[in-house]
Design a binder for this molecule. Structure first.
Ligand SMILES: [Zn+2]
Length: 483
């Protein structure tokens, strides 16, 4: 997520690392309680998309239109990326359920973008980063909170359980619980060196009284001069991530106890290339297999890391190169459902098309990974493609035309629609749905044709894109077409 939007967090370290290397020269609501739900009421495994409803694409339209759009794109599972728990619309979750779509509540493990839900004094939970000590503090819009801070943990557990009780999500997905940050200790956001971490480090290694010194290479505590201390530190970081997630999920007041009906998913970062497993363990403190073994989630997500997703030339078959992570998890949890997450539009360079996404999904299926998702639906390359009608259904003189994406109201007046019998006399638009009213003869129409209907680039992440236009499409009324 870049600085303007949350597209997306793990891009930022690249810039930070460059700055660090260059400038430091260091060697270094009013909603009533939902009805009790049965555990497997809606699907949570399979092909899916992440949505972030804070963005304009989802504004000024009904929850039903959002849900219908996801349904006609054949999603049975949605991951709702929540950055402000106070702003969740329960009506959207209800609308998705009405379409028989299961919904994950996606929450960030290692901090917050939006501070609204945080209590007064939350700043004390902040991570202490390399940049704080090296004179290059990090201000990138993301508030990193320490996994080892007992108060943060307590609050995070409460936030998750209260949200699941208040909003009828089907499960919680805790993402990005890694330590900052790839590519490692020379990054300004590398951490954490806070008091809570110091206490936890000493509890794990009572003989060690000091952190490694990653700024002064001549220090007796530098990784070069004290590799034993450094190895302990790396082990400590891994244990902290797995311990944090285990506590949130299985610990006292953890989600398994407070909301036992909710499914739980946890994620770990991945990387392609040599020594990828080692790099993720050492740079981010994440060992996907250890997390799987320790936490026992219902779904283990493998998140594509920014050095991979930001490559313009990345092929959808790159999922194959994540096999070391898949195999490592399978070696300790052979039947655990797995998910791979791609990024399909956080930057101009990685706007992935519908066919790219399909190929990615196919590749994951080929390697036996049963769930896929991508960040994020409203930011993906497919949004910049021309709309298509997915279905048209009739009730008397009214015909509801459902598009596979939001369409421009300026291209949705009656002159854009014709029938094989009768006439369209009026239209009304709700996001991706255009409601046609016909004359009496139109009640007998068998097909509807749309002409020159545009998407809405001005609502997208890169609004300078020209409108993409559906030139002409005819669909039988009451029929559904491929998205
Ligand atoms: Zn800390």
């Amino acid at each position: 997520m870049c600085n303007t939007y949350r597209y997306r967090i793990n891009l930022r370290p690249a810039a930070i690392a460059l700055i660090a290397a260059a400038s430091l020269g260091l060697s270094a609501t009013g909603w009533s309680a939902p009805k009790p739900k049965t555990k497997d009421q809606f699907p949570l495994i399979g092909r899916s998309a992440q949505i972030d409803t804070a963005f304009p694409y989802y504004k000024d339209r009904s929850p039903e239109s959002i849900a219908s759009e996801l349904r006609v794109n054949r999603y049975r599972v949605v991951h709702d990326v929540v950055t402000n728990e106070n702003a969740i619309d329960p009506a959207l979750i209800a609308a998705l359920h009405h379409e028989k779509i299961g919904v994950w509540y996606v929450t960030f493990g290692n901090g917050a973008y939006n501070t609204d839900p945080l209590p007064p004094g939350w700043e004390k939970w902040s991570m202490a980063l390399r940049g704080d000590f090296a004179g290059t503090p990090v201000h990138d819009g993301f508030n990193r909170l320490c996994l080892n801070n007992p108060e943060y943990r307590k609050w995070k557990k409460k936030q998750i359980s209260e949200t699941l009780r208040r909003i009828p999500f089907d499960g919680v997905e805790i993402v990005e619980s890694h330590w900052p940050e790839y590519p490692g200790r020379f990054t300004a956001s590398y951490g954490c060196f806070c008091e809570s971490c110091h206490t936890a480090f000493q509890a794990m290694y009572p003989d060690e009284t000091r952190f490694p010194d990653i700024i002064h290479s001549a220090s007796a505590q530098s990784p070069e001069r004290n590799p034993v201390l450094w190895r302990k530190w790396l082990k400590f970081r891994e244990a902290s991530v797995a311990g944090y997630l285990n506590d949130l999920v299985n610990g006292p007041d953890g989600v398994r106890k407070t909301v036992p009906s909710a499914k739980v998913s946890v994620w770990a970062l991945t990387l392609t290339g040599p020594d990828a497993l080692k790099r993720m363990r050492e740079d981010c403190g994440e060992d996907a297999a250890d997390i799987a073994k320790t936490v026992h989630p219902d779904l283990l997500g493998l998140q594509t890391n920014w050095p991979d997703w930001s490559r313009a030339e990345l092929k959808p078959s790159y999922a194959d190169q994540l096999m070391p992570f898949v195999s490592a998890v399978r070696s300790v949890a052979p039947t655990m459902p797995l998910l791979i997450q791609a990024d399909t539009g956080s930057t101009r360079a990685n706007l992935r098309s519908r066919s790219w996404i399909k190929a990615f999904e196919k590749e994951c299926s080929k390697i036996g990974v049963g769930s896929t998702t991508y960040y994020s639906y409203e930011a993906s390359g497919l949004m910049y493609e021309a709309p298509r009608i997915a279905e048209a259904t009739r009730t008397g003189r009214n015909i509801e035309v459902v598009f596979n994406k939001r369409v421009d109201p300026a291209t949705s007046d009656p002159k854009h629609y014709t029938l094989d019998r009768g006439k369209v006399t009026a239209t009304a638009i709700d996001g991706n749905i255009v409601k046609l009213t016909t004359d009496a003869e139109g009640e007998k129409a068998a097909s509807v044709t749309a002409r020159s209907v545009a998407n809405m680039p001005k609502l997208l992440l890169f609004p300078e894109h020209p409108a993409a236009i559906l030139n002409r499409q005819t669909i039988h009324i009451d029929r559904q077409a491929a998205p």
